[in-house]
Design a protein around this ligand. Structure first.
Ligand code: M6R
Length: 596
């Protein structure tokens, strides 16, 4: 989703902004632009398309200057076009802004400003910020900014460049300011600082930063000066490198064994689980758990429900975050709300967190990105330790989320049972995943064979159904092939009407006790002319030899979700490559969805 970067210091802004914009590419975007203050005023350059396009234009048309702002846009209000790209300039062109979020009352403000003679060039909500600032800032920029903020409703982080200064305001969308030697750099996330600053400060909602090359001051929206301290963070920028892999998605799939090793190292101590909670007593008498998340994180929640209910016998409801916000949850005594998010910035999940807190429900965030808003606002946090995930299609974050959920389920049940067997099995997972990676070339061949299918169904029972849902999302995200997941027994209740020779059905069968039912369901598909790819374990190989098969390594079926998803992530990856698509940046998607 939209990414902001900005610089004020002693070096050429153009190079620093372009580097920052490249690292923000993973968030998902459709257009890009920069404004840089040169000796003869602010120069703006923007276009639809990729950062590489802007870079090659600017190579030939360099803008020299030490202050600048840049933006990657993910279209919401107004189509993908040069005019709708950011930055936007005020009427006099003296103020340039970049914005992430949505100005909800932009239509009213636009009518008001048009009535005052302001001319709008774009269809965006963001442009009103530039004109509003100009309208109120005629005498004193700072006072005008405070007045403008009183009139803006919605969600935003914006940066306004005026004179030798950059003004940043935050309400809802994230922004981090980094401090280097005689310079400040800011961005929507840590990666956008391009490793230039180790000392950073995260703006909170209702805060303003005013940056000059020599100083940075912080204020509240009411204009009072506030004290904020920069803190040192360790950000491993090597995570943002491909390190020999052709794409981030495949790099991240193959990193999954290491992710589990990290989880084991950090969270397992001999025969116990080493979570350090602020208030561990809150978990001992739970009556009900809500798991709330979006997309892949929601699918991790589906696995979490099975495991927590199975191990600790506490009732769990998994709710899509955007629905939780509107629902009226029934509170049954001691309730916990678990919010799961890779980015920690997803607006729907953040608003769900705030709703849970407003209802007095204790909250636990399972979050990958440190210092993210959700991790800061939740009562308790467990970091999922996936490392930086760049590919828009989430893979290692999913494994890390289910890893933490398994351990949390065991932690809850640990009040009543011995965990040694569970933890021994968990410790085997990195090895089992590495065995699963050996299926790589077979999966590439299967992707080649099936990439022409126009519809794919994923079916599974129990824990395999949760994997089916996630596998289906992965395939549609990166291949644009229409796909759906069904509980295997449900297909015959209607959807089987869609099966023909253009469809592929991927049957996931990791649970010994359900194997014969899965084989029957797969045969029902085959009998109607549909192709079947059957994922099973070798012990039952003879039974399903009539299908195209993928034999999974032997493992404890209770831990199946870790293993079944890997070949299906690879299948999605190779299908995307066979179709010649941009696997790391699929169309229309954003990595961090910061609008409702
Ligand atoms: O950052 P989050 O985990 O909160 O993001 C949630 C979803 O937007 C995300 O999982 C999305 O579905 C991914 N593109 C899935 O690959």
């Amino acid at each position: 989703m939209c990414g902001i970067v900005g610089y004020v210091g002693t070096e050429e802004a153009q190079d620093i902004l372009l580097r920052g914009l490249k690292t923000l590419e993973y968030r998902g975007y459709d257009s890009v632009g920069v404004s840089i203050k040169s000796d003869d005023g602010i120069k703006l350059c923007k276009m639809s398309g990729r950062v590489a396009g802007l870079e090659s234009y600017l190579e030939k048309n360099r803008i020299s200057g030490l202050i600048g702002i840049g933006h990657t846009r993910w279209a919401t209000h107004g189509g993908v076009s040069q005019m709708n790209s950011h930055p936007h300039a005020s009427f006099s062109k003296k103020i340039h802004i970049v914005h992430n979020g949505i100005i909800e009352n932009y239509a009213d403000l636009k009518v008001f400003l048009q009535g005052k003679g302001f001319y709008f060039e774009s269809e965006t909500d963001s442009e009103v910020i530039a004109h509003l600032l100009e309208y109120y800032c005629c005498d004193n920029f700072f006072d005008g900014l405070i007045e403008s903020l009183r009139h803006l409703t919605g969600v935003f982080a914006f940066a306004a460049m005026f004179g030798e200064e950059i003004y940043i305001a935050k309400k809802g969308s994230p922004i981090v300011v980094g401090h280097g030697l005689q310079e400040y750099i800011f961005s929507s996330d840590l990666s956008g600082l391009s490793g230039r600053a180790r000392d950073v400060v995260f703006l909170e909602d209702g805060e303003i930063a005013v940056l000059r090359s020599s100083s940075c001051d912080f204020f509240s929206f009411s204009g009072e000066k506030i004290d904020k301290q920069f803190m040192e963070v360790n950000f491993d920028s090597s995570e943002s490198l491909l390190e020999g892999y052709p794409h981030y998605m495949v790099k991240e799939i193959f990193q999954q064994a290491e992710v589990l090793e990290r989880i084991i190292q950090n969270y397992i101590d001999k025969n116990s689980i080493a979570f350090s909670f602020m208030n561990p007593g809150c978990f001992s008498e739970l009556k009900k758990i809500y798991i709330v998340a979006c997309g892949t994180a929601y699918h991790a929640g589906l696995v979490g429900k099975s495991i927590i209910e199975g191990y600790s016998r506490i009732s769990v409801e998994v709710v899509v975050a955007s629905e939780f916000i509107n629902n009226d949850p029934i509170l049954e005594g001691n309730t916990l709300c678990i919010l799961i998010s890779q980015s920690g910035e997803t607006m729907d999940t953040l608003f769900a967190l705030r709703k849970a807190k407003s209802l007095g429900i204790y909250t636990l965030a399972i979050v990958n990105s440190r210092f993210s808003t959700i991790s800061r606002e939740a009562d308790e946090v467990l970091y999922s330790l996936a490392g930086v995930e760049i590919a828009v299609a989430s893979t290692k974050a999913y494994i890390s989320q289910i890893g933490v959920l398994y351990l949390f389920a065991a932690y809850l049940s640990g009040y009543k049972r011995d965990l040694s067997e569970f933890l021994d099995t968990f410790r085997q997972l990195p090895r089992v995943l590495r065995e699963t990676f050996c299926l790589d070339s077979q999966i590439e061949g299967l992707a080649e064979r099936f990439s022409s299918k126009n519809k794919v169904f994923f079916i599974g029972r129990g824990l395999d159904y949760a994997s089916a849902v996630e596998a289906s999302l992965k395939l549609k995200e990166v291949s644009y092939i229409s796909s759906e997941a069904y509980p295997a027994g449900e297909l015959k209740h209607g959807t089987i009407a869609l099966i023909d020779d253009q469809t592929l059905t991927i049957a996931i069968s990791s649970q010994e006790s359900l194997n014969s039912k899965m084989i029957s369901n797969a045969k029902e598909v085959q009998a109607r002319g549909g192709d079947v790819l059957f994922l099973g374990k070798s012990s039952s190989h003879d039974d399903f030899s009539t299908f195209e098969t993928l034999i999974l390594p032997e493992f404890d079926s209770m831990f199946a979700p870790f293993v079944t998803i890997v070949p299906l992530q690879l299948f999605a990856y190779y299908t995307s490559l066979k179709l010649g698509l941009d696997v790391d940046k699929p169309r229309n998607l954003a990595k961090s969805v910061t609008v409702e």
